[in-house]
Ligand binder design. Structure first.
Ligand SMILES: *Cc1c(COP(=O)(O)O)cnc(C)c1O
Length: 373
């Protein structure tokens, strides 16, 4: 976009920051003659699980497939309801429907933009009529902040249903010292280029607590093969390729530093914005995949930022239940997603990625002072 000096996201900068290491990794794969499901993928899976500190990781094609594979691996599909939020990337809901399951969309806590556990408790005790039984809950750790996952996990255990964490925006986020992706039966990650851990193409992973579940998912990602060319289950094709795995191994080594830089930049914005700064849940470590503020007149604010050379984004402008493909068809919880609709009208994502220079951060800080509350 013309005149934008500080874009909202910049995956190219993430490549250039580690260009020598990434180029070497790419050459290594090209020279190896092995491009799909090989030693880079296996090494990345082991390193990613070690970094998380729990579970078994299975690479796959993208973060949407990761959610669907986790559900399929748990035996969830047609005849099951899966509870999630409407305030998320449409991918979360698309993944649930791709398994044949029915999504039930509930509202968010307005300060944290994540699943409201009180409404979850309500629908588990008294499910809306006409739905198949609820078999799983998919909270989304949106913008880099962990949902109220301890309370949600307690509810899931009490009702005997599966918990799958959508961690596409929360690589490295913590709740009371524990990593996002280690609370549920399974967790899904996306490595889309702009995510906190981003490939240079598509990629994803499922992390499963139970190694037997991980083995089922590993088979499902490749036609259900458990032995060569023998399908014991009906699977899909969703593999993490060797180039992306090798690139992700480089990026993973720099992820903690990148998240620390995101948090430092967020701290500078917080200091300028005062009470308008995004809320961090007490006891949580936010990793600021996105830095989201609420503004009364978003169009005017975006125009004003643009005049100062600053890009911004909206994640997401239309809740899933109001999108043409879902409106009037998808089931809503009793709170009718009122907070979701309110948030969608007001949220604005400011530039935030680890490679922002101090000068760029200062430029944003100078331009957002008038938003302070
Ligand atoms: C990015 C994202 C996904 C989907 O990941 P893809 O790799 O694009 O398929 C799912 N859920 C959330 C919350 C996301 O941000």
């Amino acid at each position: 976009m013309s005149g934008i000096i500080v874009p909202q996201a910049n995956p190219g900068a993430g490549y250039r920051a580690h260009q020598r290491e990434i180029d070497a990794a790419i050459s290594r794969v090209l020279d190896s003659g092995w491009y799909i499901l090989g030693q880079e993928g296996r090494a990345f899976e082991a390193e990613f699980a070690a970094w998380l500190g729990a579970g078994t990781a299975v690479g796959c094609g993208n973060g949407t497939d990761a959610i669907a594979l986790a559900l399929r691996g748990l035996g969830i599909g047609a005849g099951c309801t899966v509870v999630t939020v409407s305030h998320t990337a449409v991918a979360t809901v698309a993944a649930i429907e791709s398994t044949g399951a029915t999504p039930l969309l509930i509202d968010i806590e307005p300060d944290h933009y994540t699943m409201d556990p009180a409404e979850l408790a309500r629908v588990l005790v008294e499910p809306p009529s006409g739905l198949p039984p609820i078999r799983a809950v998919v909270p989304v750790h949106l913008y880099g902040q962990v949902a109220d996952v301890e309370v949600i996990g307690t509810l899931c255990r009490r009702h005997g249903i599966a918990l799958i964490e959508d961690c596409a925006q929360a690589h490295g986020a913590k709740r009371n010292g524990r990593m996002a992706g280690t609370f549920g039966d399974a967790a899904s990650f996306s490595f889309y280029p702009t995510k906190n851990l981003g490939a240079l193409g598509d990629g994803g992973a499922v992390v499963a607590r139970d190694p037997a579940l991980a083995a089922r998912i590993a088979a499902l990602r490749q036609y259900g093969w458990t032995r060569h060319y023998i399908s014991d289950a009906v699977g899909v094709n969703s593999r993490l390729d060797e180039l992306q795995a090798a690139i992700l191994r480089v990026k993973l080594r720099h992820l903690d530093a990148a998240n620390a830089r995101r948090r430092a930049i967020a701290g500078e914005y917080d200091a300028v914005l005062g009470s308008r700064a995004p809320r961090q849940r007490r006891g949580s470590e936010h990793v600021y995949h996105l830095y989201v503020v609420r503004v009364p007149d978003r169009d005017r604010t975006q125009a004003r930022l643009r005049e100062n050379g600053i890009g911004s984004g909206v994640h997401y402008p239309v809740p899933v239940h109001l999108q043409p493909a879902y409106a009037g068809r998808v089931m809503l919880g009793p709170a009718r997603c009122v907070e979701t609709e309110r948030a969608a009208a007001e949220i604005l994502s400011l530039p935030l990625y680890p490679e922002l220079t101090d000068e760029q951060v200062a430029r944003v800080c100078a331009a957002i002072g008038w938003l302070a509350g």
